[in-house]
Design a protein around this ligand. Structure first.
Ligand SMILES: O=C[C@H](O)[C@@H](O)CC(=O)C(=O)O
Ligand SMILES: [Zn+2]
Length: 280
């Protein structure tokens, strides 16, 4: 077996107020996404967003359909984005080979029938982070490197949140139905992401933290702005953010993360922001 999935059902705002640490982690933390020789997926019921990881080491990995989709092939009614957080890898889409270096992205549109993931080197495999959302129109498959990214310079040293947001799979760079993905890199000495924090009740979002040293950790904040909770996250772990939740974090060092989202529109800037003193 080279593909597997688990399911996360949608949790409500009221329930979360009563959750223990373990309950929060069981519902929102995706701890073991990246596994060797496995496409490991989580099917969420937040906008039917799928989050996953894949390390093709000893074998190429075929993205076949999973039972949750009841479709002949994975992208029959979906679009998908890959970001490589490991070493050089290839993604072959209906026979066409795309090579992805570290931090490069590939958008694959609906209707592609065969998607195969592989690494260039067994010793230094690719590590593909995967996000997928339902799609009802077909757009071309497109690779987006860091040089093609739209970069936003955000935050400052003084507020410990100096960071570069690389918009990769985003309207204007690729044609996409609802999937949007990018990489945010915290500068040395900066630890806070997404501060001021925000909500976008029309879109869910997932953060996948990486390039974080094993001796360090990120405290990820979720919940309604006046009822926040936290989840401690380590390297290559993700947190699912329901549409009603903020998503922000502070690390014990700098780090990078992939953000990915889907829902109502493709307007990256439509966030409802909360200044730090407003949070509870
Ligand atoms: O809706 C947008 C997303 O939450 C992220 O792009 C925000 C982010 O990377 C940051 O401010 O550090
Ligand atoms: Zn957001």
């Amino acid at each position: 077996m080279t593909i597997q999935y688990t399911t996360r059902y949608a949790i409500g705002r009221e329930e979360v107020k009563t959750f223990t640490t373990e309950q929060l982690r069981a519902e929102f933390l995706l701890a073991d996404l990246m596994q060797e020789d496995l496409i490991n997926l989580v099917y969420t019921h937040y906008d039917r967003y799928i989050v996953g990881g894949a390390i093709p080491k000893n074998t190429a990995l075929d993205l076949i359909s999973i039972d949750a989709l009841k479709s002949k092939y994975f992208l029959e009614r979906r679009e998908i984005g890959f970001i490589n957080v490991g070493n050089t890898g290839t993604i072959t889409v209906d026979g066409e080979v795309f090579t992805l270096e570290n931090k490069e992205a590939l958008y694959v549109g609906k209707d592609a029938k065969s998607v195969v993931l592989a690494s260039l080197s067994i010793n230094d495999p690719a590590r593909f982070y995967i996000n997928s959302a339902p799609a009802h129109a077909q757009y071309p498959t497109k690779k987006v490197g860091m040089a093609d990214a739209n970069i936003l310079h955000m935050g400052s040293k003084e507020t410990c949140n100096e960071r570069h947001i690389h918009q990769l799979i985003i309207n204007g760079i690729v044609e996409t139905c609802q999937l949007q993905m990018g990489i945010t890199c915290l500068q040395l000495g900066s630890v806070w992401n997404t501060m001021p924090a925000h909500q976008h009740d029309r879109r869910m979002e997932t953060y996948f933290y990486f390039d974080l040293d094993d001796t360090q950790s990120v405290c990820h904040f979720m919940g309604e702005p006046k009822e926040t909770r936290h989840i401690w996250v380590q390297n290559e772990q993700a947190v699912v953010s329901p549409p009603w939740s903020i998503h922000s974090g502070a690390g014990t060092s700098n780090y990078a993360f992939v953000w990915g989202m889907a829902g109502e529109n493709l307007d990256y800037d439509d966030m409802d922001k909360y200044a730090p003193p407003e949070l509870r």
